[in-house]
Ligand binder design. Sequence first.
Ligand SMILES: Cc1cc2nc3c(=O)[nH]c(=O)nc-3n(C[C@H](O)[C@H](O)[C@H](O)COP(=O)(O)OP(=O)(O)OC[C@H]3O[C@@H](n4cnc5c(N)ncnc54)[C@H](O)[C@@H]3O)c2cc1C
Ligand code: SF4
Length: 508
Amino acid sequence: MKPRIILILGDQLSPDIRALREADKARDILLMAEVADEASYVPHHPKKIAFLFAAMRKFAVKLESDGWQVRYSKLDDSENSRSIPGEILRACDEAKAEEVLATEPGEFRLIEALEEMPIPVHIFPDDRFLCSHAEFEDWAADRKELRMEWFYREMRRKTGLLMDGETPEGGKWNYDHENRKPPPGSVDAAPMQFTPDETVEEVLALVKSRFDNNFGTLDGFWFATDTGQARRALSHFIKCALPKFGDFQDAMMVGERFLYHSVISMYLNAGLLGWREICDAAEDAYKTGHAPLNAVEGFIRQIIGWREYMRGIYFREGPDYTRRNILNHQRKLPGFYWDADTRMTCLNEAITQTRDEAYAHHIQRLMVTGNFALLAGVDPYEVHEWYLAVYADAYEWVEAPNVIGMSQFADGGIVGSKPYVSGGNYINKMSDYCKDCAYDVKVKTGEGACPFNYLYWAFLDRHKDRFGKNPRMAQMYRTWMRMSDEKRADTLQSAEEFLDRLSAGDRV
Ligand SMILES: Cc1cc2nc3c(=O)[nH]c(=O)nc-3n(C[C@H](O)[C@H](O)[C@H](O)COP(=O)(O)OP(=O)(O)OC[C@H]3O[C@@H](n4cnc5c(N)ncnc54)[C@H](O)[C@@H]3O)c2cc1C
Ligand code: SF4
């Protein structure tokens, strides 16, 4: 029998990945490839590229030691064709293979590329997720609104996580209202870090030579790059940070880049960890009294709720999702997203740590960089490309619904029932950023005022036809309309002047 080529992509580094389960050790050849097209279709953060290449190389060695025949293309191999389809054709040619098995990629771009191959490619569902496409479709069909909370309850029932029979543990499904504490005085946890080994060092040198001009610092690389390390990072999080994860989930602090977050999304999304082992470990921490319910419920909700829901939305909405722009926002992404050169401390902190770590936590992504882009009317496609490039955990299936849907409201309200926008007050309440900012969060208009303040009202005013009748926003519109004409005019003028300065490329 002729061998078949089994494609394993860079975010499919799980020993039980579907295409591998379909494969025959005695017959088939596994194909793994570092290719320039994947590494550069957006200018990925060098730490993201290094993480994936190092994890791929180690996974390939593990597969070989398990008895598989692996054909691995390194980025600097002279014959490397630069693309996944090109490498598939090369591998087929060499092995005289006429068939390819693959697990569904997490981006329509790659799915389409595989479907257009001149040889048969069998694409199997990626069943590393809790909810299949068909199951999500069943849940979504005939619903007027696809609210995550209802989906999440289904997933709790399905998994039995934090369930007492049919009843949610503690009597409530969601303990989010306990999870909004302002920043603590100090943080007594940090993610586990790993010293680069020989494989990682080799990859770091390669990435430095090829991607040094991309946004992002390669120095100080500390990510886990195999499942053993990722499991140690998970245990460390459960032990040291999970107990306070809930309390400070939404908090932000100058210089504190991780607070009590798990920093495991890149491991989970690449396949080094699975959702079940993560959630079981968190649930055990609750059952043994190590972590409180608000922390564990909040954490599990992110994984079996938000993460699965976002994937469902991406595949349901289809390839044009990233081009949605219901608010018709056209502004170019401000230059400071690429160099952090801004006087706004909140944005400077979020972007600086993104440059250094390829990481920012959820509230920084949503209520700082996302909030500003939405208030300033930035083209959501440009915002999407930025997020896809700069975070180590970014793949379109999870990034796009978070950006296009949740953060930019560009999908018209499929993910969120109202836009996530706020003035400076929210940032001030949840962080210590405003204390040393060049702008004054208490001042509403004029040169020294916090830009989030007037941009917020200008956004509401600009979109009053769309949001004015939204019951969840009625209170804000009433406040806006109760302001004097003069105050409203001042606010709109401050916003216009600021946006003009932004357009002119002034440092803001
Ligand atoms: C604008 C924007 C863009 C985002 N882009 C991505 C992305 O490209 N990739 C990505 O994995 N997450 C993305 N998220 C979700 C979230 O910010 C990250 O998953 C989280 O910050 C990762 O850090 P952590 O592992 O410390 O997470 P924790 O705060 O410790 O949460 C635990 C886990 O829950 C999951 N999770 C939490 N929130 C979400 C969510 N909204 N969607 C999906 N999974 C979630 C992640 O797997 C995460 O590891 C984005 C959020 C926003 C608002
Ligand atoms: S004052 Fe405004 S711009 Fe400055 S840190 Fe606070 S919210 Fe950000």
